[in-house]
Design a protein around this ligand. Structure first.
Ligand SMILES: Nc1nc2c(ncn2[C@@H]2O[C@H](COP(=O)(O)OP(=O)(O)O)[C@@H](O)[C@H]2O)c(=O)[nH]1
Ligand SMILES: [Mg+2]
Length: 345
């Protein structure tokens, strides 16, 4: 059953793709095998993250970008990640409506996903969905995420290029622009350039950019590794000495006029960034860091799962009571639990 589905996905069936993505999102059995079978077919797509506050025009921009890539005859997979419950609905429905321009085109595949069940940040299902779309042969995968909380930082872990979208009028310029989100921008967009206030947003962003942006991405990876007590990536020492200053592009995502919309410039900026990554050698470094992080994270959760499975529940209760009685401190409790399953030393 799973093998048939995988074959159909590889053969380009959109129905099979949709079904597999649903199974992945629901965590149904057999999806691990499907992902393993698809994995050798991945690694070809260009993954572009589009992130920013709600209402900045990300979905509209994604739709316009999809059009531009289609004009270059490249196929496009779109994943719109909505952090809210699928039942609250509004945003997902809105995305569907805005993106429906493309829905008649077999070269575009759109999927909305919720981040429910994730351990913070992008849900594992989103990562898996990107891989599935990659294996299904899409040239470009656009991932829209709301720049809120951890997910804005997480997007850099899956995207080759992260586009941060700002818009005028979302509070007082610099105030609205969180430093954290600027750090992850490979390309900065001020959308709604037709609106008053766009030039002051541009000015504020330019001022912040002048503070420098050396290798923010690799630094981010380093911080992440440190936070998770992971060994530094063995390739970290080899980070090439190259700097990328994120270009700032003004767009009017709602404009049909390609001379005015800024979409052509945005496509060029994304392409230049990719060229920079490849030419500087950073692409290879980032990929190695990504894989190492993912393997560590999967290892972490698998070890935890096995450990909890092996641990008798009443043993946990006993230890908790001992900590409550102050006869054991929490760290000693951890060692006591590790001893129980023979993991202590
Ligand atoms: N004036 C103007 N409105 C825009 C532009 N881009 C998007 N919008 C509108 O802004 C609203 C929010 O857009 P949407 O793409 O859903 O934003 P998202 O929440 O970031 O995905 C919609 O009503 C869009 O039509 C733009 O460039 N100019
Ligand atoms: Mg949206």
């Amino acid at each position: 059953m799973t093998a048939e589905l995988v074959d159909a996905v590889l053969a380009g069936s959109r129905r099979a793709l949709a079904r597999l993505l649903t199974r992945i999102e629901n965590g149904e059995p057999g999806t691990q095998e499907a992902l393993a079978d698809l994995f050798p077919h991945t690694g070809h797509a260009t993954v572009i993250g589009i992130t920013g506050a709600p209402g900045t025009g990300k979905s509209t921009l994604v739709n316009a970008l999809a059009g531009a890539f289609r004009a270059e005859d490249r196929t496009v997979g779109i994943i719109a990640v909505d952090p809210t419950s699928p039942f609250s609905g509004g945003a997902i429905l809105g995305d569907r409506i805005r993106m429906q321009d493309r829905s008649g085109d077999p070269g575009v595949f759109i999927r909305s996903m919720a981040t429910r069940g994730s351990l913070g940040g992008l849900a594992r299902a989103v990562w898996d969905a990107i891989r599935v779309m990659d294996a299904a042969g899409f040239d470009v995968i656009l991932v829209e995420t709301v720049g809120a909380g951890q997910s804005e930082v997480d997007i850099v872990r899956v995207a080759h290029t992260t586009v941060v979208v700002e818009a005028p009028g979302l509070g007082d310029d610099v105030q609205a622009i969180k430093a954290g989100i600027l750090e992850i921008a490979d390309v900065l967009v001020v959308n709604k350039a037709d609106r008053g206030g766009a030039s002051s947003t541009v000015r504020a962003l330019k001022a912040m950019l002048e503070l420098g942006h050396p290798l923010a991405r690799s630094r981010l990876m380093g911080q992440y590794e440190a936070a998770h007590h992971l060994a530094a990536s063995p390739v970290a020492a080899d980070i090439p000495d190259a700097t990328w200053v994120p270009p700032l592009i003004q767009t009017i995502a709602t404009s049909e006029d390609s001379g005015k919309s800024g979409i052509t410039e945005l496509v060029h900026a994304i392409a230049s960034h990719k060229r920079f990554l490849v030419d500087s050698g950073l692409m290879a470094v980032l990929e190695a860091q990504r894989i190492q992080l993912e393997v560590y994270e999967r290892l972490q959760s698998e070890l935890m799962r096995r450990f909890i499975h092996a641990l008798p529940a009443e043993r946990v209760q006993t230890v908790v009571m001992q900590v409550r009685a102050r006869t054991l401190d929490p760290q000693q409790a951890v060692f006591a639990l590790l001893d129980t399953v023979g993991e202590g030393n």
